[in-house]
Design a protein around this ligand. Structure first.
Ligand code: 5AD
Ligand code: SF4
Length: 455
């Protein structure tokens, strides 16, 4: 712990430039990327990542999408009380969605008085200044704007940590108000970044050597709707597709109500844009979709799937599914299972509905926990059967894979990477291949896992 060298008087003073940080991230890719922003702002202050020993600064980047995400963060924050005992000058900061819920920021400080900084989602750019201040003066800060819709701040230094992939936010916030979801409340309304800012960040990512860029937004299909220039997601994809070179582009998340054919056409026509679409369905029941305020029907969804498959038969389509939403009856759940069999998602992220304070669905009649539990088990089993069948279909084929990482499997060091369609493949090879594209013949599948050899 390098900072301890700077103890004087009764107080512990830190040389900021010799302090270290650790960021603990919960939740979605947006949060993972936001932690890269926090890291960038701390690094710009000379605070470096803690690779051994006890950190001087701990930042919790929280999520509140479901109750278990919130409970996990609270449990973990509680455990850091000991860090303050071992290192009284350490700074503990809590940022992210959880802080932005009604009164939650102050409640956190009350529950854990050892927390030094609580920052709302609109105030994140201040993290570098406040941490520096807290390290040197031991002052406490709680900054949460009631209205989480700040102007977009550009030129924030990112400290990218996601290997071969560079995340690029194209927009922030969400306007959809699905009745179960806290995101519009904690992240505010949609704000799209300017075309030139996105293109500049994209060019920089390529010139820094990133082989994959993933465009991020809660609903990428509504990119640009808040801007007057008429420049939308399809046009953005078209612009990005013009960059030649050995790289690929992914994007997430698409909303079925806004998925237009032009986007499907551009993805299909552009070799650098992966045939991989994350298209959350949530429920297969029209009754439940209406109660969720999703604004599409199961037939609308199926018709988008048909359009995607007509242009890209091998497109990897993934989804999010929820069980136990208020008023979900057995036949509604059966409708969701029916969609699992009909659509053939390569992967589905499955959730039990979790009531969120302040959202309309929280005051609807709740489905008993044991019913939701039985349903989620059944749903997972059905999707696993589909994933297994689709995995078998890869065996014998040769796929271009971007080698992303080294993994330990049965005591052996192997490489892993994804196909254009987004399926993870494990294969043998030298570690120097990380960051390179390889042609991999899939030789074996095991549930969701694919194994192959270089050809
Ligand atoms: N309960 C359970 N799952 C939720 N999601 C969003 N809000 C809730 C909630 N209250 C799921 C949705 C969404 C994914 C990111 O998280 O499926 O697509
Ligand atoms: Fe939440 Fe719906 Fe917005 Fe997705 S589209 S972030 S589920 S409100």
């Amino acid at each position: 712990m390098r900072g301890k060298a700077f103890v004087f008087c009764a107080r512990i003073r830190y040389n900021i430039a010799m302090s270290t940080y650790k960021i603990i991230t919960y939740g979605c890719q947006m949060n993972v990327h936001e932690s890269e922003k926090v890291a960038g702002l701390l690094e710009a202050r000379g605070i470096t990542e803690c690779t051994e020993g006890v950190p001087d600064v701990v930042v919790f980047n929280t999520c509140c999408i479901r109750d278990n995400a919130e409970r996990k963060a609270i449990g973990q924050i509680g455990r850091f009380k000991q860090l303050k005992k071992d290192n009284p000058g350490a700074v503990i900061a809590v940022v992210g969605c959880m802080t932005q819920q009604d009164g939650a920021g102050l409640a956190l400080r009350k529950k854990f008085p050892f927390i030094d900084i609580v920052l709302g989602t609109s105030n994140i750019e201040k993290i570098g200044d406040l941490v520096a201040d807290a390290l040197t003066t031991h002052s406490k800060h709680v900054e949460i704007d009631d209205d989480p819709r700040p102007a977009i701040v550009e030129d924030v230094p990112y400290y990218r940590t996601s290997g071969t992939n560079a995340w690029i936010n194209i927009m922030y916030g969400c306007n959809n108000f699905c009745t179960y979801c806290v995101v519009p409340y904690v992240r505010g309304r949609e704000r799209s970044r300017r075309r030139e800012d996105i293109l500049a960040e994209f060019e920089k990512a390529l010139s820094d050597g990133y082989k994959e860029v993933t465009l991020l937004g809660q609903n990428v299909n509504s990119y640009g709707n808040d801007r007057a220039d008429g420049y939308g997601f399809a046009a953005l994809l078209e612009d990005l597709a013009k960059y030649s070179g050995d790289h690929r582009i992914r994007f997430m998340t698409s909303h079925p109500k806004d998925m237009d054919e032009r986007v499907i056409d551009i993805v299909a026509q552009s070799p650098n844009i992966c045939n991989n679409i994350h298209l959350p369905l949530q429920s297969g029941s029209d009754k439940i979709l209406k109660l969720m305020n999703r604004r599409y029907t199961r037939d609308d969804y199926l018709s988008i799937i048909d359009k995607i498959r007509a242009k890209m038969p091998d497109c990897g389509i993934t989804t999010d599914l929820m069980v136990g939403f208020p008023y979900e009856e057995e036949e509604d759940f059966e409708d969701t299972l029916d969609m699992v069999r009909r659509v053939g998602w390569s992967n589905a992220f499955t959730f039990v509905y979790s009531p969120r304070r302040g959202t309309p669905a929280a005051s609807m009649p709740q489905v008993p926990a044991e019913v939701s539990k039985r349903r989620i088990m059944k749903l997972i089993a059905e999707q696993n059967a589909v994933t297994r069948r689709l995995s078998d279909g890869y065996v014998g084929g040769v796929f271009k894979v971007l080698c992303e990482d080294v993994v330990e499997k049965d005591g052996k060091r192997l490489l892993c990477g994804r196909t254009d369609s987004g399926r993870m493949v494990t294969f043998d090879g030298p570690e120097g291949l990380v960051g390179e594209f390889c042609d991999i013949k899939v030789t074996r599948s095991q549930s969701a896992s694919l194994f192959g050899t270089r050809v």
